[in-house]
Design a protein around this ligand. Sequence first.
Ligand SMILES: [Zn+2]
Length: 182
Amino acid sequence: MASNAHPLRANTDLPYLGGYSPTLKGQAQTLLDQGRLGDLLVRKYRAPHEVRSDKALYDFTQEYKQRYLRNAGTINKVLFDNKIHVVRHALGLHTSMSRVQGGKLAAKHEIRVASFFRQGPEEFLRMIVVHELAHLREKDHDKAFYQLCTHMEPDYHQFELDTRLYLTYLDHGGEPLWGGGR
Ligand SMILES: [Zn+2]
């Protein structure tokens, strides 16, 4: 039975879209098959951002934190990390350490952003930075978490979907659209 050759094709081929509806996955698969996914993305997000260094990323992140999460502890470090493999839900990493400092508990936060985001549209970078910042307040990916994300960036969900579509496009052999490698 030829139809059984790839019984899980749709699922295994689109790991970055695991959380989305079958309808959406079907649409993404069609765009991939027609070779239109890259075109669609590059027309929507034309220019790559200029946030290339860890210092620039720190400043970029700090701007959002100051605006929306002023009282949520201190971020000690923000960096691009090429050891983070962007799969499924792990697009970035937020670590938090509590330690006693001068008699009171002080939280130290570190945000690592996958190097994938170094070259691409500012919207994708903003999405991941907002996501990691939201973890300062909310640990889980629950309703409160996503409310905080969309408070900081109203188009959060669209940018996350488009980031995942771009990852899917690269995963299927597409050439990088805004420079750089994978
Ligand atoms: Zn998260």
